[in-house]
Ligand binder design. Structure first.
Ligand SMILES: *Cc1c(COP(=O)(O)O)cnc(C)c1O
Length: 232
């Protein structure tokens, strides 16, 4: 089932790229494996997938340790991160998507310095201004980037958003456009150390629209691994 699901999602990403005049290689698919067992991850890996997303620091650390023999697997942290859990994701995660405050970024920089690595991060933007969502407000992003650009053990690679839940993915197009505009705008300021090349947006319900609007990373869980059961 997982292999068929991946093929179907791959096909839809390809079509969305074609519609937008983009290359398939410009979009990275992350298989969001949170709550799912190792066997499913291995099945996706054996079918060619190399990028996996987790939202719980310890779960990521434990899966990464158990699947250590898969040398070229990449772990992405996509869930909200508390400061005392940073040690579990630095340096395991190739990219931390969910940096939602300057304070958190400073703490990641500190842990990365301690471990003598550079952490790749994205700033999470609450692009629709939802009450319930984490992330920087749109107008807070540029000042944050200017501040964080000076840190030696952080590399700000781009922006991430979780668009509103909706039955009509077309409704999120405006937010994906806003994200792209924000990225282009910040890049145009030519801030030292800053060239953002990642735009992480689009999930099972709306990834095609996100690709059409410039996503370079899409995060698909349900569409690949099926519904999640948080009870078990
Ligand atoms: C769970 C999750 C996803 C995947 O969601 P699906 O709708 O299952 O594709 C993507 N991004 C984040 C931040 C998530 O927490």
């Amino acid at each position: 089932m997982i292999t068929e699901n991946i093929d179907r999602i791959e096909e839809r990403i390809l079509k969305a790229c074609e519609r937008a005049g983009r290359k398939r290689s410009d979009v990275l698919l992350i298989c969001v494996s949170k709550t799912k067992p190792d066997e499913m991850i291995v099945e996706a890996y054996d079918h060619g997938q190399r990028n996996f997303g987790e939202n719980k620091p310890q779960e990521m650390r434990d899966k990464a340790a158990r699947l250590e023999s898969l040398k070229d697997i990449n772990w992405h942290m996509i869930g909200s991160l508390q400061k005392n859990k940073i040690k579990y994701v630095v340096p395991t995660a190739v990219l931390i998507h969910s940096v939602d405050s300057e304070e958190l970024a400073l703490a990641i920089n500190k842990e990365a310095e301690k471990k003598n690595v550079v952490s790749n991060i994205l700033l999470e933007v609450n692009i629709a201004g939802e009450e319930s969502k984490h992330g920087f407000k749109k107008e807070e992003v540029l000042p944050a980037v200017m501040e964080l650009a000076k840190l030696k053990n952080l590399k700000i690679r781009g922006l991430m958003t979780v668009a509103p839940e909706t039955k009509k993915p077309e409704e999120n197009r405006v937010y994906f456009k806003d994200m792209k505009d924000l990225l282009v705008d910040i890049n145009s300021k030519n801030i030292d150390n800053i060239h953002m090349d990642c735009l992480s947006m689009g999930m099972t319900g709306d990834f095609e629209i996100a690709v059409e609007e410039g996503a370079t990373i899409v995060r698909v869980g349900t569409g690949i691994f099926g519904e999640r059961n948080y009870e078990v």
